[in-house]
Design a protein around this ligand. Structure first.
Ligand code: NOJ
Length: 537
């Protein structure tokens, strides 16, 4: 890889992943190149100029492997191939090359905790007898009860319902997620060797970073304990992965999906010989309230400091309610357990707050992740027909939880009617989930170059974020402010002020307003639910 292709920012910051703005591509819903109604690699390649223009540093592509899609592709049938619905391995290699040529790094998603029940190893395990080496790669166990008719333990799956499923010969296997996602046995050396090989397979193809799915739950003994998070032995796995990443030049980045409420336990994954960064879900889940956000920001920085890892800042992803909808509700935090249907949302208020939240988030110290469509101000699509919903979280909760389909609806690119340029004009298929009619106004074409649009706010913010050396990784200090205002400086010159109150806020003395989420009041004060980037006087 030729480093010179990348932005100047990469040379001025210590390592790209410490400061990067990383765009999450949900491939099925990004852009459809072949007209079958499902996003694919051809679509993504054709939209690389858009991504380069947006000013992001890297893309993270969610699983692109062959999959029966029992969990949106997180049920992987073959970790070394591309699902034909998305394209071919040769196209993935082309994509990596073209992205690099456009100054964009590529992160792929590895799912080490489980595979699809269609994966060759699991199929062999099903065909093999109890106690066989094939079954040893997973968690097969005898059931309880007189005839083994009860699951080995009462452990519940993260998606609801029992975490054990019975097979034809009467044994049960463990799945922390859906039954179509059997858990690997990470105590087995063959599982470890297999994943180390898979890592090399992708890193050898020029992949710049790996997003590690469900990174904290690999090690478990489900018969001894119901605790599957953060068990002993997990760190050895990532130390060995880090050694592999470090054999490449420059070293490739390891990014953990680590949902752990215990901050110290979280930070242990980020020690210098383990993962480079991990997603900041505590910040993502915080409500639109100054004291709670301030607490999460302080806590994040405190937790990362001893391990010298950069923080990450995330407002949304393919698993959570889009923030335009979330911030327009009465309760503005995010928690999986509380997700319900038909919760009213004031989308105009949510949009206004999401604009402010973007400026707050992009100016915090560290890396920043944005989820496709976030830059367009898309809302959660809540009125999908139940028959179209695919998410096991919806089905396994008996429909109590609306599931995650609503944040995965195909993007609107252009035009006044669906598919809004998502598929080519001669497409034979319709988008795999229907797009709301009013997305005509939110399409890329409808917003591009339009002053004050959501997209233009993102472009401008990403441009400044990239050019100003004070942004990205580095220090921050709080400025004095009213309790409902968050104000901090990144150096002597750059400051962000976000007003979460109901009254206008006075900005600290400044030379210039670089960008604001809404126009300032005539007297120069910052209106409620707004954020501004300023040059301090
Ligand atoms: C986390 C992924 O982000 C989510 O989409 C998936 O359902 C689970 N891990 C299981 O792989």
């Amino acid at each position: 890889m030729r480093e010179s292709r990348f932005h100047v920012a990469d040379q001025t910051h210590q390592a790209w992943w410490r400061s990067a703005a990383i765009y999450q591509v949900y491939l099925r819903s990004f852009a459809d190149g072949n007209g079958d109604g499902v996003g694919d690699l051809a679509g993504l390649r054709s939209r690389l100029p858009y991504l380069a223009g947006l000013g992001i540093d890297a893309i993270w592509i969610v699983p692109w492997y062959p999959s029966p899609l029992a969990d949106g592709g997180y049920d992987v049938a073959d970790f070394r191939a591309i699902d034909p619905i998305f394209g071919t391995l040769a196209e993935a290699e082309k994509l990596i090359e073209e992205a690099h040529a456009a100054g964009i790094r590529v992160i792929c998603d590895i799912v080490p905790n489980h595979c699809s029940d269609q994966h060759a190893w699991f199929q062999k395990a099903l065909a093999a007898p109890s106690g066989s080496p094939e079954r040893d790669l997973f968690w097969f166990r005898k059931g309880r009860g007189e005839h083994g008719e009860l699951p080995p333990t009462d452990l519940q799956s993260i998606f609801g319902g029992p975490a054990w499923t019975r097979v034809a010969d009467g044994e049960w296997y463990l799945h922390l997620f859906a039954p179509e996602q059997p858990d690997f046995n990470w105590d087995h050396p063959a599982v470890r060797a297999e994943f180390e090989d898979i890592l090399r397979f992708w890193l050898d193809r020029g992949i710049d970073g790996i997003r590690i799915d469900s990174a904290a739950v690999l090690i478990k003994d489900p018969l001894v304990s119901d605790t599957y998070e953060d068990n002993d032995g997990i760190h050895e796995v990532y130390q060995s992965w880090r050694r592999i990443a470090d054999t490449y030049s420059p070293s490739r980045a390891l990014i953990g999906e680590v949902w752990l409420p215990d901050h110290e336990a979280f930070a242990r994954y980020l020690r210098p010989d383990e993962l480079h960064t991990a997603f900041n879900f505590a910040f993502l889940g915080a409500p639109w309230e100054a004291d709670k956000l301030r607490y999460e920001i302080d806590m994040t920085l405190e937790v990362h400091a001893p391990v010298a890892a950069p923080a990450t800042w995330v407002l949304s992803n393919h698993d959570v309610t889009r923030e335009v909808t979330r911030f327009g509700r009465e309760v503005t935090n995010f928690a999986f357990a509380d997700k319900r249907r038909d919760v009213p949302s004031d989308l105009a208020l949510g949009t206004r707050r999401a604009r402010a939240a973007a400026l707050l988030t992009m100016s915090l110290p560290g890396a920043y992740y944005l989820y496709q469509g976030e830059e367009l101000g898309l809302e959660e699509v809540e009125d999908l027909d139940d028959a179209l919903r695919e998410d096991p979280m919806f089905h396994r909760s008996g429909g109590v939880d609306p599931g995650r389909d609503g944040c995965r609806v195909p993007l609107p690119w252009s035009g006044s009617t669906a598919p809004f340029g998502f598929s080519p004009s001669d497409a034979t298929g319709t988008p795999w989930l229907p797009q709301p009619a009013h997305w005509a106004e939110l399409s890329v074409a409808a917003q591009q170059g339009v002053q004050g649009s959501f997209l233009e706010l993102y472009c401008e913010a990403l441009r400044i974020r990239r050019e100003d050396p004070a942004l990205g990784d580095g220090p921050m200090r709080w400025l004095e402010s009213e309790p409902h205002v968050l104000a901090f400086a990144r150096d002597d010159s750059f400051a962000n002020v976000t007003n979460l109150g109901t009254e206008a806020a006075v900005l600290p003395p400044h030379r210039e307003v670089l960008l604001s989420s809404v126009p300032l009041n005539e007297d120069g004060t910052l209106p409620p639910d707004a954020s501004a980037w300023i040059r301090l006087a």
